[in-house]
Design a protein around this ligand. Structure first.
Ligand SMILES: NC(=O)N[C@@H](CC(=O)O)C(=O)O
Ligand SMILES: [Zn+2]
Ligand SMILES: [Zn+2]
Length: 345
């Protein structure tokens, strides 16, 4: 049995840090574990320009606690809207700090109101991204209210993703937080230009977790948890050694009061034990030997960034996750609150 794991420091390729005091509360959890994170742009006022991305990046860096200064690099993204211009993409590319552009279909998820209403409106901008090799990150769900919520990812592949890839054959795409067998198979079926991130919660939980013992708002996220067959397909993909599946937590903190509400919002906080959760998943699959590549190699390889050179260590030692943590003056309930996790940083 393995009691200690030492491997190349990982990166988180999908992260929500929020802003202000809330960001200050959650940032150390990520920065202690990961060298870099792809920072999602869905702030209340979305990050739509390079200038805003640069300012947000500076706020993140100045929120780092003293002992983590110089240890963590935020990788910035722009929020694609119907009116994002090709010139903005050129500026983003030239800045060197913006790594990707994020597509939120309008209304698909938390803070997506400013998202794209019709992808056809973004043609010129997507063409510029293709030309400059600026990757497109997608929240891959259709918003058509006639489509069952459990099918929104699968339908997105046919209605949006396939036509998009055909129209822009050079555009590189990351299918974010995939949740279905269909998404796994789709990524496997396409060449090197498409990759996918997989969250810890979609690897650990199926949709029963939304209802065990009563309604569980802290297990509600988008895309919503799916059936067990899909969870198994995700575990198989993550632990397969396939280089186009890599780690992205989609850690998405919300105040307790917004989750435990008559209209609870979507998002699961997992940054407090992110790499520990992934270690558990890979261990249970008998594939701890493949954790490092999934967590630390395949992401930078896809983005054309250098792999990290320092290491982290986890030991086989159970610890209890707190029931709640401080969050910008509010409280937040982390994933697996009050229960044990068997690896410790
Ligand atoms: N995943 C979620 O359920 N929520 C995310 C948005 C997103 O990643 O879709 C959030 O920002 O809260
Ligand atoms: Zn999303
Ligand atoms: Zn997200």
């Amino acid at each position: 049995m393995t009691n200690k794991l030492t491997f190349t420091r990982p990166d988180d390729w999908h992260l929500h840090l929020r802003d202000g005091k809330a960001m200050q509360s959650v940032l150390p959890d990520t920065a202690r574990r990961f060298a870099r994170a792809m920072i999602m742009p869905n702030l209340k006022l979305p990050v739509v320009t390079t200038e805003q991305a640069a300012a947000y990046r500076a706020r993140i860096l100045s929120a780092l606690p003293q002992e983590l200064v110089g240890q963590f690099e935020p990788l910035m993204t722009l929020y694609l809207t119907d009116t994002t211009t090709p010139e903005e993409i050129s500026r983003a590319k030239a800045s060197g700090i913006v790594q990707a552009v994020k597509l939120y279909p309008a209304g698909a998820t938390t803070h997506s109101d400013a998202g794209v209403t019709d992808i056809d409106r973004c043609k010129a901008t997507l063409a510029m991204m293709e030309k400059l090799d600026m990757p497109l990150l997608v929240h891959g769900e259709v918003v058509d209210p006639a489509v069952d919520i459990f099918d929104r990812e699968k339908i997105f592949i046919d209605r949006v993703l396939i036509p998009l890839l055909q129209r822009f054959p050079g555009l590189r795409v990351v299918f974010e937080h995939i949740t279905t067998r269909e998404a796994v198979e789709f990524v496997q079926s396409i060449s090197n230009r498409i990759a996918a991130t997989i969250t810890a919660h979609h690897l650990m939980l199926n949709r029963n977790a939304l209802f065990t013992g009563g309604l569980q708002p802290h297990h509600y996220c988008l895309p919503v948890l799916k059936r067990e067959i899909h969870r198994q397909a995700l575990v198989a993909a993550a632990t397969s050694g396939h280089s186009r599946f890599f780690l992205g937590t989609d850690s998405a903190p919300h105040p307790l009061k917004d989750k435990e509400s008559a209209c609870g919002c979507a998002g699961i906080y997992s940054a407090h034990a992110a790499i520990e959760f992934y270690a558990e998943i890979f261990e249970q699959a008998g594939r701890l030997d493949r954790l490092e590549a999934f967590a630390s190699f395949y992401g930078p390889d896809f983005y054309g960034l250098p792999r990290n050179t320092d290491q982290i260590s986890l030991s086989k030692e159970s610890w209890q996750i707190p029931g709640e943590v401080e969050f910008g003056g509010d409280r937040l309930v982390p994933l697996r609150a009050g229960e044990q996790v068997c690896w410790r940083l």
